[in-house]
Design a protein around this ligand. Structure first.
Ligand SMILES: [Zn+2]
Length: 317
């Protein structure tokens, strides 16, 4: 059979051609017709003495206890068109999502990138700072805007490929890098990417403004936080330099009391000049994309399959 159903992924149909031995073992694969367990036979090229080469396709196979007739019946009934598979997989995704959407915060806390961080305190400190709060606000609006990240899966996929091609030298690895490399080399990376993308999409669309800000702050490591502060300081210095003398002290005073307001002022004042406006927009977008990358890393590092295993065994009990 070309397709089999993964119980673990709430019934997602998986093409034998794209499955690997490693991932299929974890996914609890069954026949879509009789629900009995199946295993993977990988395709290969059969070479004949005549020099002829025949491509043998990958298939899902029943264990022999299903019986020859039964197997033939399943084979005949499981001929799906790609659009049927797509439709069934949409249902599976929704089903799977139900299993974890109410527990997303708990799952996020399981990420090795979050663990160990004094999370609540860290987020409170970040959001108490006016400039950071302004940035988090701005970034979470970008996440909400579906035109900025229209296809979250492709974005994550591209970033994973880029990261895999640019793994830093061994002696330069931080613990963050090491955790990230382990994820990128995980045999279940493809499913992680799918699930991470669907979960992020859900958060971007449905989280309340406050929850989205909290999530955005979660994804901000120290280094990126420093970059953001440096950038905003640079802008504020520029603003002070360009301002007439009598306003300079007013700006400094405002920066000291409500720094977020100064950022709003800058954002409002860059509109007049096309070059400044573009520079500002590009820098902001670069930082937001960096933040998105960190969030993708965080979502990829959640132990999704282990958690799905727990929920599916609960459902079966
Ligand atoms: Zn069957």
């Amino acid at each position: 059979m070309k397709y089999a159903k993964s119980i673990l992924l709430a019934g997602e149909y998986i093409d034998a051609e794209t499955a690997t031995y490693d991932d299929y073992k974890d996914l609890l694969m069954t026949c879509p017709c009789c629900e009995s367990p199946v295993f993977l036979c990988k395709g290969f090229d059969r070479h004949y003495k005549s020099g002829k080469v025949v491509k043998i396709l990958s298939t899902w196979k029943h264990y022999s206890d299903r019986g020859v007739e039964g197997i033939a019946e399943c084979e005949a009934r499981s001929q799906y068109r790609p659009q049927d598979v797509e439709q069934r997989n949409t249902v599976a995704r929704k089903q799977r999502f139900k299993l974890y959407r109410t527990r997303l915060w708990d799952l996020i806390a399981l990420s090795p990138f979050v663990k160990g961080l004094e999370t609540e305190k860290h987020i409170r400190t970040l959001l108490e700072d006016g400039v950071t709060h302004w940035f988090v606000n701005r970034a979470s609006k970008c996440f909400r805007d579906e035109r900025i990240f229209p296809d979250i899966y492709s974005e994550i996929d591209m970033r994973c490929n880029h990261a895999l091609n640019n793994i830093p030298k061994k002696d330069k690895l931080s613990t963050y890098d090491e955790a990230l490399i382990a994820i990128l080399r995980d045999s279940n990376l493809e499913y992680r990417k799918q699930i991470a993308a669907e979960a992020m999409k859900f958060c971007f669309r449905n989280y309340s403004g406050n929850d989205l800000k909290k999530l955005t702050a979660f994804a901000m490591p120290e280094t990126l936080h420093k970059d953001i502060l440096r950038w905003t300081e640079y802008l504020i210095e520029g603003l002070i330099e360009d301002a007439p003398l009598r306003i300079q002290s007013e700006i400094i005073e405002m920066y000291n009391s409500t720094p977020g307001k100064v950022m709003e002022l800058i954002e409002g004042s860059v509109g007049g000049n096309e070059i400044t406006k573009n520079k500002f927009a590009n820098a902001l977008s670069g930082l937001v994309h960096d933040l998105f990358g960190n969030m993708a890393g965080l979502f990829l590092s959640i132990p999704w399959l282990e958690e799905l295993k727990k929920s599916s065994s609960k459902l079966r009990d």
